[in-house]
Write a protein that binds this ligand. Structure first.
Ligand SMILES: Cc1ncc(COP(=O)(O)O)c(C=O)c1O
Length: 420
């Protein structure tokens, strides 16, 4: 696999950055195919968290050294996330996780809405990008849900166009599906939303470990993602266009600042993990520099990293799909044609005949292969695909630290399960 620049994708170097990949289960190396629920953490992240406790463990804006170090660290992490999103530092908000951030944002936007206003959500989305908007039904807001094309689990764009009307105030859309991997054409849909006078909110949680985010190119109004899905700690982050972060009013305690973005960061943040977020972005940039010696800025390095990992992950995905398709009773959900891999990421869900996915996940888990079963909170999709009442699906998540050997081990184990 080639990177974007000078060097081949160096999987050995990548794996050295993740100490936990050495874990053994029942005498076999663990295969972490559970990335969509949370990736492993690079040692740079672990060091940053430890360093925080050693040198900068204090609350914000105190008149003493550790507090000042803390403030500098938060500013630096905000700068890292600004490079990650391609926005300004004061457009980056930290929070507990994407779900909590989205509930808070929906409540703030909801303050400005009136009965009869509409919000568009989709069948493809994780419930964290559905329930916070549905909560506004209490105020008389009307929710419109866009359907999918069942054959390839892509969004039905004709239905979307019908559902966006002059009454639409927000279009809430996932960048990539955490169940079937479909990537949505966000920039195109943002244009439709804006033409109707609506705001565009993007859930990029699932996309973030797989592709470069560019909020300017997407022209979205808000975009949320969770660092624990892109090799960092358990937190959430939000990009908001500055004018919106200043205009909408979050619920907050009176003494806390009214200045954005801090006014959106309710209470004391988990500052040690904010240190880890900065390090997670720097890890990805370091990977980019390792793949392409010619890159200069951190943003360029991030671009190089994602260029290389997309190619590498597509190779793994191709191998996985080809192998699964040889197993009798296999039903893969979503896009399988390699020519369309730019429309999906390397997260794959399947059902094997009428086997309960929990049984398959348990069988694999005993062999040191970590996968997930169920609906992964993509409840609308699980119901739409009529798998919800049968235990959902088995999900295999491939990220850039996974290997062809792990894919082959998984395939052999699924074949063994099917043959029992
Ligand atoms: C696509 C997607 N959106 C939202 C979430 C919720 O993120 P968080 O756990 O940060 O609240 C998840 C978590 O799995 C997800 O996969």
């Amino acid at each position: 696999m080639q990177g974007t620049g000078n060097k081949a994708f160096d999987i050995a170097w990548v794996r050295q950055q993740f100490p936990s990949l050495k874990l053994q289960v029942n005498g076999r190396p663990a295969a972490f195919l559970d990335g969509p629920a949370g990736t492993q953490v690079s040692k740079q992240v672990m060091d940053a968290v430890q360093n925080y406790f050693l040198t900068a463990n204090a609350n914000t804006y105190g008149a003493f050294a550790s507090s000042r170090r803390n403030d500098a660290m938060v500013a630096s992490a905000r700068g890292a996330m600004a490079d990650f999103f391609n926005c300004d530092s004061n457009e980056v908000v930290f929070g507990q996780n994407m779900t909590t951030i989205t509930f808070a944002l929906a409540r703030a936007i909801g303050r400005e809405m009136k009965p009869g206003d509409e919000i568009v959500v989709t069948t493809l989305d994780h419930d964290a990008n559905v329930a916070p908007w549905r909560a506004l039904e209490e105020k008389g807001v009307v929710i419109r849900q866009v359907d999918i094309r069942e054959g390839d689990c892509t969004l039905d764009l004709d239905d979307l166009k019908r559902k966006i009307t002059a009454k639409t105030k927000v279009v809430a859309l996932g960048y990539a599906s955490n169940m079937v991997g479909t990537i949505n054409p966000i920039a195109e849909i943002a244009k439709l939303a804006h033409a109707a006078g609506a705001l565009m909110f993007v859930d990029a949680v699932h996309f973030a470990p797989h592709g470069l985010i560019d909020v300017k190119a997407l022209d979205c109004d808000f975009l949320a993602c969770s660092p624990y899905k892109f090799f960092g700690p358990h937190m959430g982050t939000l990009y908001g266009k500055r004018e919106h972060l200043e205009k909408f009013k979050p619920y907050k305690v009176r003494p806390a600042t009214n200045t954005s973005p801090e006014c959106w960061e309710t209470g004391t943040q988990v500052q040690e993990l904010i240190a880890g977020i900065g390090a997670a972005v720097d890890y990805i940039a370091e990977l980019g520099r390792h793949c392409d010696l010619g890159v200069k800025s951190r943003r360029e390095a991030l671009q190089a990293a994602y260029g290389a990992t997309h190619q590498y992950e597509s190779g793994l995905l191709n191998r996985l799909i080809a192998g699964l398709q040889t197993i009798q009773g296999m039903r893969i959900f979503g896009i399988t044609d390699a020519k369309r891999f730019d429309q999906r990421c390397s997260t794959l869900s399947f059902r094997l005949a009428d086997h309960n996915p929990t049984k398959i996940a348990t069988f694999l888990g005993e062999r040191g292969i970590f996968t997930w079963d169920g609906n992964f909170y993509a409840l609308n999709l699980s119901e739409r695909l009529s798998v919800e009442q049968h235990g959902g699906v088995l999900r295999v998540g491939l990220v850039h630290y996974n290997t062809t050997e792990e894919v082959d081990r998984l395939l052999a184990a699924v074949r063994e399960f099917a043959a029992r």
